[in-house]
Design a protein around this ligand. Sequence first.
Ligand code: 5GP
Ligand code: ZN
Length: 117
Amino acid sequence: MAGEPQDDCLFCKIVAGSIPATIVRETETTVAFRDINPQAPTHVLVIPKAHHQDAAALAAAAPELAADVLRETRAVADEEKLESYRIVFNTGTGAGQTVWHAHAHVLGGRGFEWPPG
Ligand code: 5GP
Ligand code: ZN
């Protein structure tokens, strides 16, 4: 069920502490941790603690929680002293989503091209 922890979900396991992660921030509703395969000098993932399969499902089912995630991306950027940064929500296989628990990538510390590849 949306919002409930899923036994087979990697990020639910990080929330539960059963898989280790380098956590940079935690709030009542969110966790931010470093990506295991960083694509930029700063690459942090911000996730809701509750399980929603992607950003669209999160926004539809729990808009306040989606706002918490977005607010936390700013807090991460501030802590990492990023003047410019990119927030990415890969949504769907064709966009590169590989973990089916909503997450925002916060990327910074290098330049980015637009349009993205
Ligand atoms: P997606 O491709 O779904 O947008 O992003 C999933 C991200 O999770 C990838 O950037 C990947 O490197 C990261 N990731 C996958 N497994 C782990 C893990 O066990 N720990 C951490 N910290 N990040 C992970
Ligand atoms: Zn999950």
